[in-house]
Ligand binder design. Sequence first.
Ligand code: ZN
Length: 243
Amino acid sequence: MADRTALVISAHSADFVWRCGGAIALHQEKGYDVTVVCLSYGERGESAKLWKQEGMTLDKVKSARRQEAENAAAALGVHDIQFFDFGDYPLELDREAKYRLVDVIRKVRPAFMLSHSKYDPYNTDHMYATQVALECRMIAQAWGHNPGEKILGAPQLYLFEPHQTEQMGWKPDVFLDISSVWEKKRAAIECMEGQEHLWHYYENVAENRGNHFRRNSGGQAGGRAATHAEGFQSVFPRTVDEL
Ligand SMILES: [Zn+2]
């Protein structure tokens, strides 16, 4: 594993593509090893197009979703993608399942983590994934959990952009320029054949956030000419030596 790593915790197997595919591709290019954990395949709740096909079964949906996610991960250069298959709608993790995620967090030792918005009344799996991410981050920091193992430091948890930002109470405080890796993100998005209705929408989101990047990096006074960006909301304060 590289010296610098990152960990994405995705409720369903496609979420990481729309919401932080650019961040993944960019950090892989910068030498990070990015691990993606998909807590479920989104087989029941986010696979409508597959379910409309004749003779569809849960196993067929899962394997199609897994294939799409693996293709997208390859397009982004993901170091490692893991499928936990905990089920969706609703997503639920018992204590053992949480410990499995803690093991991954301790093994990866991420410089930063990425997950969903804190609130999502349309998709409670998403906000549950974030609650689990916070909980498992906390357990990974506990000296009393599997004593003798190296405990986790304090990686930032960035919340990636949800589908309807205002309703989720999500407010970005970071814009990441993903212009240089946009083609990789677009290629990953196109791997999501079951959700073609979202392709254009997320190109549009990236272009709008690119505009916000330009405005916040100096605008007409010489802001960086970003064409595409991703927004994130950070949970924890930053510790700095200079402002
Ligand atoms: Zn989802």
